[in-house]
Unconditional design. Structure first.
Length: 95
């Protein structure tokens, strides 16, 4: 699955509801005409405006997954590659 860290692959498998919500919110941003947005804004929205939690219940959604969510979105939607700026992954952000 696109060289994602194993922990992120497990996150996707265990939390399809969070991935779907992230994808839906990214699509809404695109459909509103936004061509640049932040995955952090979407994650914060999910955290504060929805009742969704990770399946393990430890977090609503971990910050460590944020950069990988945007990469996954772009991998599935290459025509929307401008929506998120992709930078280097710092060691602290590797889940």
């Amino acid at each position: 699955m696109n060289n994602y860290p194993e922990v992120f692959q497990v996150f996707l498998e265990e939390n399809p509801h969070l991935w779907k919500r992230f994808e839906d919110e990214a699509n809404k941003a695109w459909d509103r005409g936004l061509r640049q947005y932040t995955s952090k804004a979407i994650v914060e929205y999910i955290r504060h405006e929805t009742p969704l939690y990770e399946r393990n219940g430890a977090w609503k959604i971990s910050n460590n997954h944020t950069p990988w969510l945007s990469r996954h979105y772009i991998a599935l939607n290459p025509d929307r590659a401008t929506l998120f700026k992709i930078g280097a992954i710092h060691k602290k952000n590797r889940p």
